[in-house]
Ligand binder design. Structure first.
Ligand code: NAD
Length: 299
């Protein structure tokens, strides 16, 4: 049933700027204490325009936070062996605290092989099976940036998530599954819905928290939602408008959802900016952990 007022729009841009400022202040302290600057290496293979935009934004955020950025742009025909050799070099390089290989990779390269080659303790994307395992059993490691950003927005919006009913739509390794585990870690009662889920609207309607990570433009409608639900829209879908122009929309139909939800993230300006802020955060955390480890080895 529509509410008389519109949902609060969750300002991911402002939250991301605040987190980036906090990280920058910590970087200053870290550098003063250790005499070194945290470093993030980003590897881009090929010319995919969307990937190039992401890599540029990640590089800028790294520099803005006072860290070092190492960008490696490789041609699309780079062999798998050459990419693995670069990962080995970055694993061994003491000035590199975080390594990110931008996905998708060209089809002749096995992305799982590359992800698994990254040192788990420099895996700031949190995609390595060791980090996925750590998250699954509640050990500290690196958590994928997008679901981590969603969790931060939810905690800021709702405070304690304990006992809340959450539905995550999507079961990918980079968003859906880690998102469900993070919510479980905060003691929410979690349902994972996916392409084979029966009567998805009925499943979504019982949730206090809905995280949509599907990749289908405006699929989740307002009448699927429980009144007052908090909605996190992870989707980034480019749809064509007239005159050759396009615009970005999420996986949630913002207009109808806003009339029923209590709070909702817009697209753009919701989850997207938090993903990059969390990458910067994970890189600083990696630098601090590695420094601690070096100190333990010295003493
Ligand atoms: P994916 O394609 O790997 O997974 C999509 C999931 O949706 C699958 O698990 C599938 O089971 C489920 N699904 C597909 N059709 C469905 C249906 N009709 N009903 C219910 N479930 C269905 O995608 P992904 O990598 O998890 O990304 C999901 C979306 O999030 C995409 O739009 C992507 O662009 C976006 N994304 C955004 C960010 C960000 O920073 N904001 C980061 C990563 C992904």
């Amino acid at each position: 049933m529509p509410r008389s007022s519109l949902a609060r729009s969750i300002d991911g841009k402002a939250a991301a700027l605040a987190l980036r400022a906090e990280v920058a202040a910590e970087v200053t302290r870290f550098t003063a204490a250790t005499g070194r600057v945290p470093g993030l290496a980003v590897v881009l293979v090929g010319e995919d325009p969307a990937s190039a935009v992401y890599v540029h934004s990640k590089g800028k955020a790294t520099i803005d936070a006072g860290m070092q950025g190492f960008e490696h742009r490789l041609p699309a025909d780079t062999s798998e062996a050459a990419l693995l050799a670069l990962v080995d070099l970055l694993n061994a390089d003491p000035v590199v605290d975080g390594i990110l290989v931008q996905l998708p990779l060209p089809s002749h390269i096995d992305a799982d092989k590359v992800t698994t080659r990254i040192d788990p303790d420099k895996d700031v994307d949190g995609f390595h099976p060791v980090n996925a395992g750590r998250l699954a059993i509640g050990l500290s490691g690196f958590v994928p940036c997008t679901p981590l950003g969603c969790l931060m927005l939810l905690r800021a919006e709702l405070g304690d998530l304990s006992g809340k009913s959450a539905v995550v739509i999507g079961r990918s390794n980079i968003v859906g599954k880690p998102m469900a585990l993070l919510l479980l870690g905060d003691s929410a009662t979690v349902t994972i819905a996916h392409s084979r889920t029966r009567d998805l609207p009925a499943v979504v309607r019982q949730a206090d928290i809905v995280v949509a990570a599907v990749g289908r433009p405006e699929m989740v409608k307002g009448d699927w939602l429980k009144p007052g639900a908090t909605v996190i829209d992870v989707g980034i879908n480019r749809i064509d408008k007239q005159e050759g122009k396009s615009r970005l929309v999420g996986d949630v139909d913002f207009a109808s959802a806003s009339a029923v939800a209590g709070a909702i993230t817009p697209v753009p300006g919701g989850v997207g900016p938090m993903t990059i802020a969390c990458l910067i955060r994970n890189t600083l955390v990696s630098a601090a952990r590695r420094e601690h480890y070096q100190m333990e080895k010295r003493l």
